[in-house]
Design a protein around this ligand. Structure first.
Ligand code: EPS
Length: 356
């Protein structure tokens, strides 16, 4: 069972996004500035849309933390949607406010609109868009920041970077690609890499499929909106066993691998090398130059709904992926070394073989 557990709630244009996190030990230092900086990173990146000019994502911690330290009780996080001011009536929970404003019925190909409306029996696709929007990744990054603060107590740190936008693999060309697509009313996807360092050996397990850490990591990356590909380590296609697998040797008196094609995971467990995960994000399906589609009410062929969107959000996606990997690592740390206080956790962690 998961030890680092949480639920999120909130619609894209609703009042706020909320999370309740449970399972963290007491005594972890919680730096609100760090969380807010992670939120800022998610909002940035060339190609983001008008919404990011409205929002200034900052977290409010309403439980579980006192004087900058976790209490061991559930932590509640809230991020207010600034845009809610313009959507109060449209997003009202009261039946008295019912309105046709902002309803739409033309499915956006590639988004959750069609399957979601069939599944939840909705004609107004606003009822699908609101929760399926990538807006919810803001609160996920705040949860990831809390997970990162736990990891930081043990010296584990993560970063990410964008390695491809459209067909451009060199960051000098990213802006140009995005500008061309903006001019066409089109969107662009891309590739990103997440890297975590200083991991212990043995997070995850080989004994059952659902305890393998690579499977858990693949799930959290694949379920980010618009992600279609996840790779761990070097893509093995075209390699022979002899030049793909990472030979083991003694380095400065310790066991190490000569290369890291496995991306830090062998047998569903961390092997002490850097964790390296690549994700590919498809182009955002909400497009200014709309695709052909069908209207869910008239069943006539028409053009897809567009309000506003990002041209490219791969940079934001990389930050979200970094946060989600932190969830998994924090969970695995708590499963392996778990305890009620950070002091106890550190004793377990530093006292365990083979970490000194
Ligand atoms: C997002 C907020 C959304 C979108 C984007 C991500 O805001 P709005 O719908 O008001 O423009 O900008 O989500 C999508 C494009 C999508 O298709 O889900 C955010 O906060 O990251």
């Amino acid at each position: 069972m998961n030890k680092f557990r949480f639920l999120t709630s909130g619609e894209s244009h609703g009042q706020c996004l909320t999370a309740i996190i449970e399972g963290l030990p007491s005594g972890i230092t919680i730096d609100e500035n760090f969380i807010n900086n992670e939120l800022k990173r998610r909002q940035q990146g060339y190609g983001r849309g008008e919404r990011m000019k409205i929002e200034n994502d900052t977290v409010q911690i309403t439980s579980g933390v006192r004087f900058g330290k976790t209490l061991g009780s559930p932590i509640t996080l809230i991020i207010k949607n600034q845009d809610f001011e313009s959507w109060k009536k449209v997003m009202s929970s009261s039946p008295e406010d019912i309105t046709d404003e902002k309803t739409f019925s033309t499915y956006r190909p590639g988004h959750a609109d069609y399957a979601g409306s069939v599944k939840y029996c909705q004609k107004d696709l606003r009822n699908i868009l609101e929760r399926s929007s990538a807006r919810q990744t803001a609160i996920e990054v705040a949860i990831g920041a809390i997970a990162k603060l736990l990891l930081k107590e043990l010296g584990i740190v993560g970063t990410s970077k964008v390695t491809q936008i459209g067909s451009a693999c060199c960051c000098e060309d990213f802006k140009e690609e995005i500008d061309i697509m903006r001019g066409k009313g089109d969107t662009l996807g891309g590739k990103f890499v997440v890297l975590y360092k200083n991991l212990p050996v043995g997070l995850g397990s080989f004994v059952h499929w659902d305890r393998k850490i690579d499977g858990k990591l693949a799930q959290v990356i694949m379920s980010i909106p618009a992600v279609k590909v996840v790779e761990i380590g070097t893509n093995p296609l075209g390699y022979q066993g002899s030049n793909y697998h990472d030979e083991i040797f003694i380095k400065d008196g310790e066991i190490a691998h000569k290369t890291n094609n496995a991306g830090g995971i062998e047998g569903g467990m961390t092997n002490g090398e850097d964790l390296v995960i690549t994700g590919v994000m498809k182009p955002i399906p909400t497009m200014k130059t709309p695709l052909k589609t069908v209207d869910s009410i008239t069943l006539q062929e028409t053009e897809a709904h567009f309000e506003r969107s990002d041209v490219c959000a791969v940079e934001a996606c990389a930050v979200v992926a970094e946060a989600r990997v932190a969830w998994v690592l924090a969970d695995e740390i708590l499963i392996k070394y778990g305890s009620d206080s950070i002091d106890e956790l550190k004793r377990n962690y530093y006292g365990s073989y083979p970490k000194e």
